[in-house]
Design a protein around this ligand. Structure first.
Ligand SMILES: [Zn+2]
Length: 282
């Protein structure tokens, strides 16, 4: 008998620039009935990013997802199927260039003052587009300041990926506090980093494994067996827009790599659809 594994795919960066035809093909052909968490960018800023056509990179304008009626209609249709979980994936998902480094949206100055307003706008859009949407949030660029994380938890959001507290945690006192609490939990309560994080008030989070980090079958075997034994969900994060790209230093495209992993999982496990069971937006 096959072992059970709770499983979901987390696809980030659905925005004004997402082609409804390509996204529909991605869902029907490759996701099929697996759980899909879709990270939606509400008002994408024209900035250098591979999910945006190059001619928009330096426009400094915003592109609202509602102006792409095709993708909004598709998202709403997907919502009628089981196992579809839309998540807010930032408002502008932009970058500021400071000292030759890219500063992502929720690490920028005054990000926390804008966040509450942006969440209100996001929730309005979600209520209009989806039935009973859950309060789910995927930090843009997988990084977030402790102050922004605190706002999200106050509003009862469930996060995908723990706020990057180990990196740049010295940005604020709260960051330090979260870091200390987390280290104490790892050392004294032997909290497992792969486990869905529920150990403190700052940590209503599920971890995800990037598709790009899954490199060998041996690693995948070890990791999936571990999640299956412990009953932890395996959530693979990826980007539909990168499926046509070649993997670095390889002749294999991301699509092939993705399909190989799905085949492996389907063959080896009885896959159980993940449901975040988070609070509903109302
Ligand atoms: Zn993203």
């Amino acid at each position: 008998m096959k072992k059970k594994l709770i499983f979901a795919i987390r696809d980030d960066d659905v925005s004004f620039f997402t082609s409804p035809e390509k996204y529909e093909e991605f869902c029907s052909k490759y996701i099929k009935n697996h759980s899909l968490i879709s990270g939606i960018i509400l008002n994408q800023k024209g900035s250098p990013s591979l999910n945006i056509p190059t001619k928009y990179w330096y426009t400094e304008l915003n592109y609202n997802i509602e102006k792409n009626s095709g993708i909004c209609k598709l998202l709403s249709d997907l919502d009628n199927k089981n196992n579809f979980f839309p998540a807010i994936h930032g408002y502008e998902h932009n970058y500021l260039i400071k000292d030759n480094t890219f500063v992502p949206e929720l690490r920028q100055k005054k990000a926390s003052t804008k966040l509450n307003k942006n969440l209100d706008i996001g929730e309005k859009f979600f209520l209009k587009t989806f039935q009973n949407p859950q309060k789910l949030f995927i930090p843009p660029s997988n990084t977030i300041s402790a102050n922004c994380a605190s706002i999200l938890f106050k509003r009862n959001y469930t996060l995908f990926n723990y706020p990057g507290i180990f990196r740049r945690s010295r940005d604020s006192i709260k960051g330090y506090k979260v870091m200390i609490e987390r280290i104490m939990n790892i050392v004294f309560k032997r909290i497992d980093l792969q486990k869905p994080y529920y150990e403190n008030k700052f940590s209503k989070c599920f971890n995800a494994v990037p598709l790009t980090s899954l490199k060998s079958e041996k690693q995948l075997n070890k990791f999936t067996n571990y999640c299956s034994e412990k009953g932890y969900p395996l959530i693979i994060s990826m980007h539909q827009w990168e499926l046509d790209f070649f993997k670095p230093y390889s002749e294999i495209k991301f699509l092939e790599h993705f399909l190989e992993i799905i085949r492996f999982l389907e063959l080896k496990f009885e896959l159980v659809n993940f449901n975040p069971n988070a609070e509903i937006i109302s």
